[in-house]
Design a protein around this ligand. Structure first.
Ligand SMILES: Cc1ncc(COP(=O)(O)O)c(C=O)c1O
Length: 398
């Protein structure tokens, strides 16, 4: 074992700690929900930082489906899909997803990180080009890096810049063009201008890919996602997403799109070809989650009402918040140390939130990203607003 290797890692870790960038993980001792138990403490905490938007993470119907599937199909599959790891359940979920998202077909991955990591390399070569929003999720950035296509970046949601980059890519003789954006930007809760993106992509004959992780289940008609918010689902060619947020919050990712795209991914996407297929419990519960979510307007209405109560309350207190109507509600703090102080003061008051600072967000733009969910009661939101108000004043955030 190289002692100098380990010493240099320890030095790097100390630097992270000194700069307030070391991520400490708190341990939950209850199921994910609006109210949770943490670190063995007796009192419960209000949880305002999970992706459990619809509150399905501990849903009894999902647990029943998962348990039943383990009895019929076992615990694990012990294979990748193309060797001996394709269950009838996998194809049922893929077809169910394709129907829900109104596309030809779908392909499952172990996570959306894997889906995004495998997508670009499988579809594009050195003669092709990808045009990507500058605030796209890390998994898209990594996936783009893994492909040999030429890369172009446009400023976040800036359609003038997108047009310039499309012109550049075309001028440099790209064969296939692909434009990719998050549907909802996870650090700001802002929504991509999909009609404009589709319009420009049509003009330049580019494929449109949207990572809709923070929208599927909650935005648009029947919770289908961002393209349905604009009532233009057909203008987005490919959707990537996760089961790890609104759709039950466990794990698993997917890509949904035209048949030739899905067929090529099945042949070429490396995280699909070289990684185990999803276990039966997750797949069966995800089928149930889709059935529930499609029919869950009442839950989405509650989520929306909670989000408005939360956003308006924070604004009234005097916080600077980002986003429009999405349950991601970031509170801007600026200084990283102040954001950590705000987070710790809230923790002492029974509120669980996490401060984000550089490199997760740009330097000087530290924030507390709050996320509302449908399970929170009005009383709990009132309690949280009071705690945020006191902590905000106490730490100089507002
Ligand atoms: C926009 C976006 N894309 C992809 C992912 C990755 O999803 P998964 O957790 O399924 O890997 C996330 C998760 O944080 C995300 O927010």
């Amino acid at each position: 074992m190289s002692e100098s290797f380990l010493h240099s890692l320890t030095d790097d870790l100390s630097v992270l700690e000194q700069n307030g960038l070391y991520k400490h993980e708190r341990q939950m001792t209850s199921a994910q929900s609006a109210q949770i138990n943490i670190d063995g403490q007796d009192r419960p905490f209000l949880n305002l930082c999970s992706n459990n938007y619809l509150g399905l993470a501990d849903n009894p119907a999902l647990i029943t489906s998962a348990t039943k599937a383990m009895k019929t199909h076992g615990f694990g599959v012990a294979s990748v899909r193309f060797i001996c790891g394709t269950l009838d359940l996998h194809r049922t979920l893929e077809k169910r997803l394709a129907t829900y998202l109104e596309k030809d077909d779908a392909i499952l991955f172990a996570s959306c990180f894997d889906a995004n990591a495998g997508l670009f390399e499988a579809l594009l070569g050195p003669q092709d080009a990808i045009i990507s929003d500058s605030l796209n999720h890390a998994s898209l950035i990594d996936g783009i890096r893994l492909s040999k296509a030429k890369r172009y970046r446009y400023a976040n949601r800036d359609m003038v810049d997108l047009r310039c980059q499309l012109i550049n890519a075309k001028a440099q003789g790209a064969r296939r063009l692909l434009v990719v954006t998050d549907g909802v930007f996870s650090m700001g809760g802002t929504i991509a201008p999909l009609p404009e993106i589709s319009y420009l992509s049509k003009e330049f004959d580019a494929l449109v890919v949207v990572d809709d992780c923070h929208a599927t289940g909650i935005l648009g008609r029947a919770g289908k996602g961002t393209p349905w918010l604009y009532d233009q689902p057909a203008n987005v060619d490919v959707l990537t997403g996760t089961f790890g947020k609104a759709l039950g919050g466990a794990l698993g990712g997917y890509i949904c799109g035209p048949q030739p795209v899905i067929d090529m991914l099945r042949q070429r996407a490396r995280p699909y070809l070289f990684s185990n297929s999803l276990p039966p419990a997750i797949v069966a519960a995800s089928i149930t989650a889709l059935d529930m979510v499609e029919d869950a307007n009442h839950i989405r209405e509650k989520l929306s009402a909670n989000t408005m109560l939360w956003r308006n309350g924070l604004q009234k207190i005097g916080f600077e918040i980002l986003g429009d109507t999405h349950p991601i509600v970031p509170i801007m703090v600026g200084d990283a140390a102040k954001a950590t102080d705000f987070q710790n003061t809230l923790y002492a008051k029974g509120i669980f939130v996490t401060a984000f600072s550089y490199p997760v967000v740009p330097k000087g733009q530290a924030r507390i990203r709050t996320q509302m969910n449908a399970r929170m009661t009005e009383e709990q939101i009132g309690f949280a607003l009071q705690a945020f108000g006191q902590a905000g004043v106490g730490t100089g955030v507002c």
